[in-house]
Design a protein around this ligand. Structure first.
Ligand SMILES: Cc1cc2nc3c(=O)[nH]c(=O)nc-3n(C[C@H](O)[C@H](O)[C@H](O)COP(=O)(O)OP(=O)(O)OC[C@H]3O[C@@H](n4cnc5c(N)ncnc54)[C@H](O)[C@@H]3O)c2cc1C
Length: 375
């Protein structure tokens, strides 16, 4: 039986980023149910990096992560992990008052944002309908994340430091052997001193398998579709489009237009599939706000965004089980915060203080502790 210090359950961005940062310090095995890493939420995201529009603590995690994305260690990725995209925030005539409120608040925190006239926004985003947009501003702080390169960078780095990654292994019935956990995998039994729960939408059921009380992680289904862009529209330079109340968002994806109705429907953890009604809403918003004809939906998908009750991540050892570590609840920001959260989780697992960057943003780490939900 192979023995490890730490077994990480879940081969999504959470488990893999932790494996990357932890493997230099501990022997690590990542155990993933599916054949293929990042098959669930990680492979279904909109690949957006943004410094704002999330809770302040999440924005702080994004700020810490940005320096990793901008300057990853030598050999991490052959391509830049972030590509500047920029974004426009738009409102229709009914929401102009709301728009002014958001613009005032945003401008205080983000002086680089720029109010645009309708003509100016149409010049920047020629697919927008002039009869839909009544108010707009431009925010340069949106980037596309090269998710596949990020995942592969974490995997390569973790393996280079000896981490094992085992796919096609559903952790179902762990058993105790002295002070260690024994898990059956497709590569034979493995044992570990510490378990990390990086199981995404399945975080609560996985805790239950180890006799740990759930913290209330609830997956929420989100849908996206892609459609062809008209001839002459350059997907490379087209900014992301965000509706002021997040009724929808759109952005280029693989040369096409991705649209999401920003749905957030609580669901059971599963290989979630798009519901017809959500696909129809996505298509409706494209036709309402843009001149892009929806003749054919090229692709539609849905994935889970899994939230804790206060929507902040859950990171730390369970109070009642000092050998069980939570790394869950990354909601709609798990990819963009993965450098900060992976590094933080690794330090907490080895009993070190918070990594570089955390002091500067003044984060109160107790806000992420599972203790806030444990009675
Ligand atoms: C439509 C959509 C758009 C999004 N857009 C963005 C975005 O633009 N930017 C951003 O940062 N984030 C975005 N997100 C959120 C982001 O995708 C998630 O926060 C992130 O992927 C969560 O990663 P994870 O590793 O926790 O979960 P997952 O990627 O789901 O990984 C968890 C893994 O655990 C495995 N597992 C579970 N139980 C077991 C078990 N018992 N045994 C073995 N393995 C198990 C699962 O098979 C799964 O692969 C989006 C999400 C969706 C759905």
């Amino acid at each position: 039986m192979r023995e490890y210090d730490v077994a990480i359950i879940g081969g999504g961005i959470a488990g893999l980023s932790l494996a990357y940062f932890l493997a230099p310090h501990r022997s690590v095995v990542v155990i993933e149910r599916e054949e293929g890493l990042g098959y669930h939420s990680t492979g279904r995201s909109a690949a957006e990096f943004v410094l704002r529009y999330n809770a302040p603590d999440v924005c702080a995690l994004a700020t810490i992560s940005k320096s990793f994305f901008d300057n990853p260690p030598e050999g991490f990725s052959e391509v830049a992990l972030l590509k500047q995209r920029g974004g426009v925030m738009i409102a229709n005539a009914e929401k102009v008052d709301r728009f002014e409120e958001v613009l005032r608040a945003e401008h205080r925190a983000n002086p680089e944002i720029q109010r645009l006239t309708v003509d100016e926004v149409i010049a920047r985003v020629p697919i927008l309908r002039p009869d839909y947009v009544a108010a707009a501003y431009y925010d340069p702080h949106f980037w596309d994340i090269e998710v596949e390169n990020l995942v592969q960078g974490y995997v390569r780095g973790a393996r280079r430091h000896g981490a094992a990654i085992i796919e096609r292994s559903d952790v179902l019935a762990p058993r105790r052997d002295g002070d260690r956990w024994v898990l059956m995998t497709s590569a034979g039994d493995v044992s570990a001193q510490t378990i990390v729960n990086a199981a995404g939408g399945w975080a609560d059921p996985v805790a239950d398998l180890f006799g740990v009380a759930p913290v209330g992680i609830v997956p929420h289904r989100r849908t996206a579709i892609t459609v062809d862009l008209p001839e002459g529209i350059d997907a490379l330079t087209l900014p992301e489009i965000n509706e002021i109340d997040e009724d929808f968002y759109m952005k280029p994806e693989g040369g096409r237009l991705l649209a999401s109705p920003a749905d957030a429907t609580p669901c059971e953890p599963a290989d979630v599939q798009p519901e017809e009604i959500d696909v129809a809403w996505a298509a409706h918003y494209i036709e309402e706000a843009t001149t892009v004809p929806v003749r054919r939906i090229f692709k539609s998908w849905a994935g889970m965004r899994s939230f804790s009750p206060d929507k902040l991540p859950v990171i730390g050892f369970a109070l009642d089980r000092p050998d069980f570590f939570w790394l869950a609840g990354q909601g709609g920001y798990g990819i963009l915060t993965s450098p900060a959260l992976g590094a933080l989780a690794a330090n907490l697992v080895i009993g070190a203080t918070a990594p570089e960057g955390f002091d500067a943003v003044g984060l109160d780490l107790s806000k992420f502790s599972p203790a806030r939900f444990e009675k």
